[in-house]
Design a binder for this molecule. Structure first.
Ligand code: HEM
Ligand code: HEM
Length: 233
């Protein structure tokens, strides 16, 4: 057996880890119920007869209720995530340091590495490509909250949500296009999720830095000092 010296670095606060998993569950629920709202294919083109649908709890009313409830949780958790930025340094790794000279070089390096073109890359607490991807995901989630609550507000044009986010409806070109953008972004987010899970598992297997377990324990292990260690130290 070969022994290696490893350095354990504490990165993610318990709040961030709890946030991550609640957020992941919400997104899966929102995606499935959202697809159903857009096209209720689970019950066939005709749907269940109303009485049976009610008995099966498969009414559009119920699915929309789940979607909106998960939407509220997602929004509150995003505000909570914003609040976390002020405390633990490791919870600020989503800020892409685009002003740093080697940031874009690092992004290119990681893309080539993931495409199996470059066998080696520098050791990071969080690599620049991941930082950029997470930052864009946060923007996409904010967009979903704004468009989601704008649509939610349409049934009560003088209500709170219409006043807060109603401006996005004319801005995007009307109700139909708000639905369409909300729908397209749902697919972009799920595309992120699939690649994210693949890359996290790939990182875990290849780099052996305890990537998957880091979102449970908060720690990663390194064989050499990561180049961005000052972002958590
Ligand atoms: C709907 C599903 C998911 C979403 C939306 C999601 C989203 C995210 C986001 C936004 C971050 C960055 C956290 C931050 O620092 O602010 C992150 C990190 C992370 N996620 Fe997920 N995640 C999902 C599922 C998963 C799953 C299933 C796993 C485990 C297999 C996982 C493992 C991780 C790990 C290990 C990190 C830290 C990686 C790093 O430092 O670059 N995630 N995830
Ligand atoms: C990651 C987050 C989300 C995903 C993946 C998602 C997904 C979807 C999808 C696919 C649709 C169907 C669009 C169509 O084809 O017409 C939809 C509709 C909708 N979503 Fe979301 N959504 C998310 C967040 C939210 C949030 C935060 C809210 C806020 C309450 C929300 C409220 C709505 C509303 C009001 C509709 C239209 C319902 C209707 O026409 O009956 N969504 N969502």
């Amino acid at each position: 057996m070969r022994e290696e010296l490893v350095k354990r670095i504490y990165i993610f606060s318990p709040s961030l880890r709890i946030w991550h998993w609640i957020n992941a569950v919400c997104i899966v629920i929102l995606f499935l119920t959202g697809l159903y709202i857009g096209n209720p294919f689970f019950i066939g083109s005709q749907g269940l007869e109303a009485t049976y649908a009610y008995a099966h709890r498969l009414t559009m009313d119920f699915i929309r209720f789940i979607h909106f409830s998960a939407g509220y949780v997602l929004m509150v958790m995003l505000l909570f995530r914003l609040f976390l930025l002020f405390f633990n340094k490791g919870d600020r790794l989503i800020i892409p340091r685009v002003w740093k000279g080697d940031f874009w070089k690092g992004v290119g390096e990681m893309v080539l590495h993931y495409l199996f073109i470059k066998p080696w890359h520098r050791t990071y607490i969080r690599n620049p490509l991941a930082r950029l991807a997470y930052f864009l995901l946060y923007l996409a989630l904010i967009f979903m909250v704004i468009t989601g609550f704008a649509m939610y507000g349409l049934s009560d044009p003088a209500g709170f949500w219409a006043k807060l986010f109603g401006w996005i409806v004319p801005m995007l070109g009307g109700e139909f296009l708000v639905h369409a953008w909300h729908h397209w972004f749902a697919w972009i987010i799920i595309f992120f999720v699939i690649i994210h899970v693949y890359l996290v598992i790939r990182y875990d297997v290849i780099e052996k830095e305890g990537e998957v377990s880091s979102m449970f324990s908060g720690m990663k292990t390194f064989k050499e000092t990561p180049v961005d260690v000052e972002d958590v130290a």
